[in-house]
Design a protein around this ligand. Structure first.
Ligand SMILES: [Mg+2]
Length: 125
């Protein structure tokens, strides 16, 4: 179970990394869009938790690039107070779900597990 956490707030990365590591996930974190793309290439996560609002390269750009190259990678968008337009754009670009901050960890963990299980039965990408 490989999970990549992407957020420009380091504390959120650290917190979520610990949370999922305690639950036996293999976790990497990236604090920028560019670092996220490198991590997706090298680490090949099954699920990416992707913050929308980041400087330079935002989550929407990262989402587009990830889905283009690795369409089977599940991407869950993490949003603060995004507009409906932005969320719709993410879904159009192939986002598999979105959750809003403040995060419900129980919901988040269930969703990550569900995404990984949905990959388990099918061929690898
Ligand atoms: Mg952010």
């Amino acid at each position: 179970m490989k999970l990549l956490i992407v957020d420009d707030e380091i504390e959120i990365c650290d917190f979520l990394k610990s949370f999922f590591e305690e639950r036996n996930y293999e976790v990497k974190a990236a604090s920028s869009g560019q670092a996220a793309l490198t991590a997706v290439e090298q680490f090949k996560p099954q699920v990416v938790l992707l913050d929308i609002k980041m400087p330079v390269m935002d989550g929407i750009q990262v989402l587009g690039a990830v889905k283009k190259k690795f369409p089977r990678t599940k991407v869950i968008m993490v949003t603060a107070l995004e507009t409906r337009d932005k969320i719709e754009e993410c879904l159009r670009l192939g986002a598999d779900n979105y959750i809003t901050k403040p995060l419900s960890l129980e919901y988040l963990e269930n969703d990550v597990r569900e995404k990984i299980e949905s990959l388990a039965g099918s061929n690898t990408s």
